[in-house]
Design a protein around this ligand. Structure first.
Ligand SMILES: [Zn+2]
Ligand SMILES: [Zn+2]
Length: 149
């Protein structure tokens, strides 16, 4: 429904700290998520600003913990000298995004009759044709057909 588009700029303000177990990454992540309004399908632009706090452990540490039966599936490992931030970013950003994005709080959605966005035309309504007029309408179109032939 909503997410930060691939290739979009994400601003990171991170601090890396060496700790006993590995490297602690803390800081903030800012970006712009683009999505679709669940009511009217219009574009939703949501600024994201979340904080990140992740511990990346040394693989040796993790291996030792696994052996000790102390495994934690959520633990992130250092990849050699590198940190793979992608999953951490995703895990930080996704919960911050609205589950059901709306273009605006009171989005009136789409007309159930014709599907037009009601935000553009709030007073928009559809006259229900009086059955008698509907019958006349039928006659008129029959006339048109006879004229044509
Ligand atoms: Zn909407
Ligand atoms: Zn309508």
């Amino acid at each position: 429904m909503i997410g930060i588009p691939e290739g979009a700029d994400v601003e990171l303000d991170l601090r890396l700290e060496a700790v006993m177990e590995g490297v602690l990454v803390t800081g903030s992540v800012r970006g712009r998520a683009i999505g679709e309004c669940v009511r009217c399908l219009g574009e939703v632009v949501e600024d994201v600003d979340v904080t990140l706090a992740e511990l990346y452990v040394y693989p040796e540490r993790q291996a030792a913990a696994t052996e000790a039966g102390d495994e934690d599936e959520d633990v992130r490992e250092l990849q050699g000298d590198l940190i793979d931030l992608e999953t951490a970013l995703r895990d930080a950003v996704v919960p911050a995004l609205p589950f059901q994005p709306l273009c605006r709080e009171d989005c009136p959605g789409l007309c159930s009759e014709c599907g037009a966005p009601l935000a553009d035309d709030p007073d928009h309504s559809h006259e229900t044709l009086d059955p008698r007029w509907a019958a006349l309408g039928g006659l008129a179109s029959q006339d048109d057909e006879t004229k044509e032939s």
